[in-house]
Design a protein around this ligand. Structure first.
Ligand code: PLP
Length: 394
């Protein structure tokens, strides 16, 4: 055989160089302390406005204790798919707890929120079907749509008028149809018009799937999310979310009717062919579901902190978005080159905040995540640091 002398992996070097030129390259920041409102990075303590740990539960001693105890009793790994050796009483308890919290008949726990969305969307529709999705939906919903082989129609962000036009035009071409949206949008900090979407779904005979990843623990009387906050509990829909943001652990779930969950147990590939959620993650998540409902003061404090930070930002002359009081606050950055420089400089100034850039989002933005455990002094300090970065913003 003749040797070509070509390196079949050389394209990787070129691809990475292209990323660098576009200022798309990302680096990892190593956190060397327990999760909290202040974390240690590179031997410095920085204010943490970068995490999804909205209620400060990821470092909560009760979650640590629940995970530790469960590991001592049952070990670490689930050892197999839930359908084989991987099903534990802990999983069932968590699912019962989730269904009660969400006020649905049933719930099913997946090994991540990503897996829950991907597998559920792919299981619900096929090549004869249609998906109507918000243009800014999270990657897991978009990839699930691709995997399903259904025809995908994207509607303008939160635009029910546009959604209706698409339904009017295309609904009749398909057997089943699914409308899919995030509730609290992770990269925009706004919420979907859920009641109007459900009304349209009824009119056009569509299923609705909502991803509550960021809304859990943040909205609703029991912290049960945007579905609860908008009075839509009890309406027929498919509620997906994760256990890894305000719930401080890891894993994903689907909550809905008995028949939906029974179907997914037989048809969702990411549930069937993946190892059950690990023992410590499961136990910690169950503890978090109980804490969120039992300690509404955390959610109330988060609400006050959101209000406080928005007010301070507005007073300091920042273009603070109006609308729903969301813990995700976005400030647009001038351009991607500025964005690339901004993150390390902010960090050196003592503020850990996410700079979100293409290709994750169309335009660069600074993303501040509020926690219930931020003190007023920490909120003030963050705005103080940010005021030196005014010229970086659009
Ligand atoms: C974070 C996120 C997910 C993924 O959840 P993981 O548990 O981290 O896999 C899914 N959907 C949305 C909207 C998210 O923000």
């Amino acid at each position: 055989m003749q040797v070509s002398g070509l390196d079949p992996y050389h394209w990787l070097t070129k691809a990475v160089a292209t990323l660098e030129r576009a200022h798309w390259q990302r680096s990892l920041k190593q956190v060397t302390s327990r999760s909290g409102a202040v974390v240690e990075i590179g031997a410095h303590n920085v204010l943490n406005f970068a995490s999804n740990d909205y209620l400060g539960l990821a470092g909560d001693p009760r979650l640590v204790q629940a995970a530790t105890q469960a590991m001592q009793d049952y070990g670490v790994g689930a050892t197999g798919s839930r359908l084989l050796s991987g099903h534990r009483a802990l999983h069932r308890q968590l699912e019962i707890g989730l269904a009660r919290w969400k006020r649905t008949e049933e719930a099913l726990v997946f090994s991540s929120g990503y897996a829950a969305c991907l597998g559920t969307v792919a299981a619900l529709v096929g090549s004869r079907d249609g998906i109507f999705q918000d243009q800014y939906n999270h990657s897991c919903l978009q990839q699930g749509a691709k995997l399903s082989q259904a025809k995908v129609y994207s509607y303008d962000h939160n635009d029910v008028q546009h959604l209706q036009e698409l339904l009017q035009k295309y609904r009749s071409r398909h057997r089943r149809c699914l409308i899919a949206t995030e509730t609290l949008f992770s990269m925009d900090g706004d919420c979907c018009p859920l009641a109007a979407i459900l009304d349209l779904a009824e009119r056009y005979d569509c299923m609705v799937l909502v991803d509550e990843a960021h809304a859990n623990g943040v909205f609703g009387q029991d912290g049960a999310g945007w579905v609860q906050a908008t009075g839509c509990q009890g309406r027929t829909l498919i509620q997906v979310g994760n256990l890894s943001k305000a719930l401080g652990s890891m894993g994903g779930y689907v909550a809905g009717s008995k028949v939906l969950i029974e179907y997914l147990r037989h048809r969702a590939p990411t549930w069937i062919y993946s190892t059950g959620l690990s023992i410590p993650d499961t136990a910690a998540a169950a503890m978090a579901v109980a804490i969120v409902q039992g300690e509404p003061a955390r959610q109330q404090q988060l609400g006050r902190n959101i209000h406080d930070l928005r007010q301070r930002l507005t007073q300091a002359g920042f273009p603070c978005p109006s609308g729903v009081a969301s813990p995700i606050i976005l400030l647009p950055i001038r351009d991607t080159a500025t964005a690339a420089a901004m993150e390390p400089e902010l960090l050196a100034a003592g503020l850990f905040a996410a700079v979100v850039r293409p290709p994750t989002v169309p335009t660069s933005r600074l993303r501040l995540s509020v926690m219930s455990t931020h003190t007023p002094a920490q909120l003030a300090a963050a705005v103080e640091i940010l005021s030196d970065f005014r010229s970086y913003l659009a």
